[in-house]
Design a protein around this ligand. Structure first.
Ligand code: ZN
Length: 345
């Protein structure tokens, strides 16, 4: 059985009733949750003094953490918020477990259960996600359930909601602005490379490119995004970002590119150029890098290696020779069937 050793230390072993060296270990364990097999990280103590049948034990805290890990593994595989994520949403509104449940019009113990033991249903999960992203939704709940709070408490909650609207509400609204440009592309199709717009992925890719390329400006970035999506489509029949690109004089340009540049999580610095403002992209260390898979990173690295020393003019010229460009007209959407005919590199 495979395991990782965390540490060794002396303690009174409850199995053999002696003080001796005990190992704290972790391993990948399996359990059944809601009829499904779930793999999770389990921590336990190991006594090397005893026979092989009974040489492991856990304390109460470990047992709770193991259970929590198993439930969170189930949640992750079902795309449900983890208990920590639920805590973070509640804390972003500065609420106790009971007050957060009251705000949403749920039973008073509901949030406490979701943060500790129970796995939330999808309907509850959706509401939590909406409140996470959109403080205006939280405000609507406050109006609906205001009779559950004192005037003072209601005032405090409203204050916090307004504060959130100012900060992460801005992010939500900017995402909405970009999404509104993609209302005609809400199903996988040839224009979006069989993928719906994925803003998290887009933000991560921009940050990854900016991390590897010091002087990354808008024209080059837009071309590199197109090459990454095209290469992904060529290898797996699916693009990465779900962006839809048009044939423009400077090569492929995604629909809503002004709004991409304005996203809260895209770090960009405006610099005064000779004739016009230049957009200089920088890495955003706050993003969750796990959003990119190994295969995706491989594709991104190929694009980086090919174009890192290209100037904006070089990459525009290079793109102009692609079938995807020569076979489409000004302003037309470039279909991914043509995009996948990019020259090998
Ligand atoms: Zn022992």
């Amino acid at each position: 059985m495979e395991y990782d050793l965390i540490r060794k230390f002396q303690m009174e072993c409850p199995i053999c009733d002696e003080i001796h060296e005990i190992e704290m270990r972790t391993r990948i364990a399996t359990t059944i949750i809601k009829g499904e097999e779930v793999k999770y990280k389990e921590t336990y103590y190991f006594c090397s003094n005893c026979d092989e049948d009974e040489n492991e034990f856990v304390n109460g805290k470990m047992q709770n953490e193991n259970l929590m890990n198993a439930r969170n593994a189930f949640r992750e595989s079902h795309d449900l918020l983890t208990s920590n994520e639920i805590v973070a949403i509640r804390e972003s509104y500065g609420l106790s477990q009971v007050d957060f449940a009251r705000l949403l019009g749920w039973g008073e113990a509901t949030i406490s259960r979701y943060e500790s033991k129970a796995i939330q249903d999808e309907a509850y999960d959706n509401i939590l996600r909406i409140v996470k992203e959109n403080p205006l939704a939280a405000y609507e709940y406050l109006q609906k359930n205001c009779d559950k709070f004192t005037a003072q408490k209601k005032f405090e909650i409203k204050d916090k909601i307004m504060e959130n609207l100012d900060s992460f509400g801005r992010e939500y609204l900017k995402r909405q602005a970009l999404e509104s440009e993609y209302v005609n592309y809400q199903d996988p199709c040839e224009a979006n490379g069989n993928k719906n717009l994925d803003i998290d992925k887009l933000e991560n890719i921009v940050s990854y490119f900016a991390e590897k390329i010091e002087n990354l400006y808008k024209v080059k970035l837009m071309k590199m995004l197109w090459y990454a999506d095209s290469l992904s489509f060529k290898t797996s029949h699916c693009s990465m970002t779900g962006l839809v690109y048009c044939h423009e004089p400077m090569g492929a340009l995604p629909i809503g590119h002004y709004k991409i540049v304005g996203l809260e999580n895209i770090k960009m610095q405006e610099e005064e150029g000779y004739e016009y403002t230049k957009y200089h992209f920088l890495p955003n260390n706050k993003l969750d890098k796990l959003c990119l898979s190994k295969d995706e990173i491989k594709i991104l690295n190929r694009v980086i290696n090919k174009f890192k020393s290209f100037s904006s003019a070089d990459i525009v010229k290079y793109m102009h020779a692609e079938t995807a460009y020569t076979e489409t007209k000004d302003g037309e959407v470039i279909p991914f069937s043509l995009a996948s005919e990019i020259r090998d590199f």
